[in-house]
Design a protein around this ligand. Structure first.
Ligand code: NPG
Length: 369
């Protein structure tokens, strides 16, 4: 264990190569908080998955900044606290999983850099490459969608996920399915539907989808269980699963047959691993979701996706799918649709200082270095 000396919060903004539209909004830039931590032994980096708006969850950058600065940092600055002890250290702060996960990522990175071990090894990763999918935002036209899908398939992606919203769903998905009868294809509604829309799901059920992700409200496990009973296609939950307890409840209720694991949504990599472990024990496949992360968060996602229960391709796409220039060396997709899991100490990536400086729009240092 080593003392946490200082923290540096940065808000960065990076243009996306193309706008990303979901049922809850559109992003043209990636705006995220990065955390650099200095301990007596090493430095570590964390990336917060919150965005500028509270559209995906209650957390958003302005609020996560305050949570990190005023509520989480004072509980750990100057203390000898390990990543395993963070849950206890943060017990007085309810919720805010994305802010908490940022601290955990930075602390794990520092600890493992100090120890010379990779994050993947620490978490119990068993693969050195992971299968990758790609998530395609809602496009202005069907033609744009077909063109994007074509391009991603040519790059080697092993699963295509289409964002849907009421009114832009069955017809689009059918067009992609007809153009590509044999690909792994899934849809993601980001909680935009209700049980009144059951006919939409019955129609989607005919299209041989790998899964239908988060069709209903994130607060509603019971109705997901009802919908799942009506469909052959597995439901996958994302926003509804904020902890291992949520995952256990969803699986027991039959609210889903697949779980999307995002470390930020569930409060960190260690909780993510608990969800992996219980899903594996229950025979429920999991996959690693994505939140348009820079190379820092992407490194953590790939380490997680190396665990044995991650049997479905994740939203772990290559850097060039998001950015013209990533903040780390770029993550590259092999033509076989896999990506290498970082093997260096900690996250295994080093952010480029000059790129970080250029992207920074706000900076605050806490504690003495
Ligand atoms: O490739 O990282 C990626 C994006 C994958 O579709 C994706 N993410 O709902 O899962 C989601 C969605 C998302 C993106 C959610 C950004 C919130 C913010």
């Amino acid at each position: 264990m080593s003392r946490i000396r200082s923290l540096e919060l940065r808000l960065i903004s990076q243009p996306l190569v193309r706008p990303f539209r979901t049922s809850f909004g559109e992003d043209t830039t990636k705006d995220a908080i990065l955390l650099r931590m200095e301990t007596d032994d090493a430095e570590g980096w964390g990336e917060c998955v919150a965005g500028p708006e509270p559209g995906y969850s209650e957390e958003f950058n302005e609020e996560a900044w305050i949570t990190l600065r005023d509520h989480l940092a004072p509980r750990i600055l100057g203390a000898d606290v390990s990543s395993e002890e963070l849950t206890n250290a943060f017990a007085g702060v309810r919720g805010h999983p994305m802010a908490k996960a940022t601290v955990e990522m930075a602390l794990l990175d520092a600890e493992l850099r100090g120890a010379g071990r990779s994050l993947s090894e620490h978490l119990g990763g068993e693969r050195d490459r992971v299968a990758c999918g790609v998530s395609v935002g809602i496009t202005p036209t069907v033609e744009d969608l077909l063109q994007q899908v074509e391009g991603y398939l040519a790059e080697g992606y092993r699963r295509i996920k289409l964002k849907i919203e009421p009114g832009t769903d069955v017809e689009r998905v059918r067009a992609v399915r007809e153009a590509h009868p044999d690909i792994l294809l899934s849809v993601d509604a980001n909680a935009a539907y209700s049980l009144e829309d059951v006919d939409v799901f019955r129609a989607l059920d005919e299209l041989g989808l790998l899964m239908i992700e988060q069709p209903l409200s994130y607060e509603d496990l019971l109705r997901h269980a009802k919908l799942q009973r009506e469909l052959r296609t597995p439901l996958c939950l994302d926003e509804s699963i904020r902890s291992a307890a949520d995952a256990a409840a969803a699986i027991e209720l039959g609210a889903c047959r697949i779980v999307n694991i995002k470390q930020g949504r569930v409060g960190g990599l260690l909780e993510a691993r608990r969800i992996h472990d219980l899903a594996l024990a229950a025979g429920v496949p999991v996959w690693c979701g994505g939140m348009l992360e820079t190379g820092i968060g992407r490194a953590a996602n790939l380490a997680l996706a190396a665990l044995p229960g991650f049997t479905l391709p994740g939203d772990t796409s290559a850097s060039r799918r998001y950015f013209r220039e990533d903040l780390t060396d770029p993550f590259v997709l092999d033509q076989d649709g896999t990506m290498a899991v970082p093997t260096g100490p900690g996250l295994g990536v080093v952010p480029h200082g000059d790129r970080i400086e250029r992207a920074t729009v706000r900076l605050e240092r806490l504690g003495k270095s």
